[in-house]
Design a protein around this ligand. Structure first.
Ligand code: SF4
Ligand code: SF4
Length: 109
């Protein structure tokens, strides 16, 4: 799952620069299975830190947009997991070292 971090960050919408830093890094963060996501936006409405965005795949513009989590801002509250009507979100281990390596490389694996 860690190898998906770069792809999520790459495709997630830009966040405002004024967003405050997370106080504590969670053990696990939310991850959206795009094959299950309907794009209903329920998770976006419930996320308390507004770190989920609807993203259209540039390579498949006719496919409905799906949600992506900005993992560096997710606080691991699991609210989105509980609210998603399609069971499209799961919590995955957050490996800060892997995330940093992906960021340093610049491009997702
Ligand atoms: S609530 Fe679930 S199905 Fe709806 S947009 Fe979010 S991840 Fe996709
Ligand atoms: S776990 Fe909480 S903070 Fe993370 S994306 Fe879901 S609702 Fe947002």
């Amino acid at each position: 799952m860690v190898q998906d971090l770069g792809a999520v960050r790459e495709r997630a919408p830009a966040q405002p620069p004024s967003r405050p830093a997370r106080k504590k890094v969670p053990a696990a963060v939310a991850w959206v299975d795009c094959d299950r996501c309907s794009g209903c936006e329920v998770c976006i409405a419930f996320c308390p830190v507004d770190c989920i965005g609807l993203v259209r795949d540039a390579e498949m513009p006719t496919i409905n947009p799906t949600c992506h989590v900005v993992v560096d801002e997710c606080i691991g509250c699991k609210i989105c997991v509980e609210q998603c009507p399609w069971d499209a979100i799961e919590m995955v281990r957050y490996d800060a070292r892997a995330a940093a390596a992906v960021a340093a490389a610049g491009e997702p694996a």
